[in-house]
Design a binder for this molecule. Sequence first.
Ligand code: NAD
Length: 442
Amino acid sequence: MFGLGYVGSVTAACLAGAGHEVWGVDVDTAKVGPITEGHSPVVEPGLDELVAAGATAGRLRATTDPRLALEQAEVSLICVGTPSTPAGSTDLTYIRRAVRDIAEAAQVVVPPASGFHSIVIRSTVPPGTVDEVVAEVLAEVPPPDGFTFGTAMCPEFLREGSGLADFYAPPFVVVGTRDARVGTALTDLFAPVYKDNNPIVDVQIVDVRTAEALKYACNAFHATKVSFANEMGRIFRHFDVDSREVMRIFVQDTSLNISPYYLKPGFAFGGSCLPKDLRSVLHLARMNDTELPLLSGALATNERSVRDVVDRVIAGPGREIALLGLSFKHATDDLRESPNVEVAERLIGKGYNLRIYDPIVNPARLVGANLRHVTSKLPHLQRVLTDDPAEALDGADIAIVSATDTAAVNALLTTPPARTIDLSGRLGAEAETLPGYEGVGW
Ligand code: NAD
């Protein structure tokens, strides 16, 4: 497993849990160290226990040395980051590096008994990456005698915060390859993972570019749903309508056959996937002189959702703010492209006084790379972070409720400030009794 972030650590632990022997490889010792000690390198419900079980059983190990991992290995899964470049395209530097690491390690290790090794991209990459980028690197460092490589794209569909549950019950398992041996290797790899699923999860073998494009289609659609729901919220707010209620009923229309996920008016989408993948699709469109007004609009609406919250704060009285929730959604410590971070930074920039409470994001609870992220990239927010919601609310004129927990909700109901702007829908019916309450779908 190359890359032990949110996707790699979940995948590694789940595969070890299914009985496979897994070596995780990461260039970052903040990821390798915890796994070696039997802990998860990221905050993900249930993952710590699964990593501990895998490490104790001796089936899950981690290293910074690709050669250790590749010794007799049959499959490499690449789960490294594919961030946006400043222009919005997908940065494939880490993909190239990981493929090269595998190819170079193959020169010196004992091959698997079959002599065949599958290199599988699990990261989200644009169509053509396996055929062009991966193939190019492998042509530069061809396998030695006794080693044959096959390649594939096998996109990952887990969501942070419910990573384990999503891994065990994916919407589909799709392998894009033109090499039947890789298809068989992955079908065998996943068989023990999904053996108890009902209905059984089938592995669909498709063209490699279909598998690459599929993940972008999924994320572009999720993002569009969020923006659609938020636009409903924005317009109907002016008519005193609770759009959450509208959308609750809307999704019952069986002719739409649409899941209620991503369709709750509330706040902007964020995190390390939807914004960057949408930007990537829009960049591919620009490069091919193709206009995508719907998807451009989904991104613009998202940015508008962040500005809306800031505008709503500014429009009313109060300078002391309690922001309840900082990560981009519940049950994760991931701060990448969090719209809550954006709101915090803009309000601080406008001279508001903030106290921030997040159930996970506080220096006492953060681990590894995310602690480093806060201390190095967000020191201005670290200074106003507290691990006590009551402290965040003490003296606040306005509470902004976002990705938060029951402790914060209880503290808010006990000592409500003059205004509460609810972006989460976590407050329940009691919220209506709060003074100056602005409901989530309004
Ligand atoms: P992440 O940033 O949390 O983890 C990536 C890891 O790769 C880092 O720990 C980094 O140190 C490591 N890495 C970089 N170069 C390496 C190399 N040469 N060898 C070994 N390790 C290396 O990223 P993530 O959130 O897990 O996402 C990984 C990929 O999966 C991305 O393409 C993302 O779009 C996709 N994806 C993410 C999610 C999600 O919810 N986070 C879901 C589905 C797909």
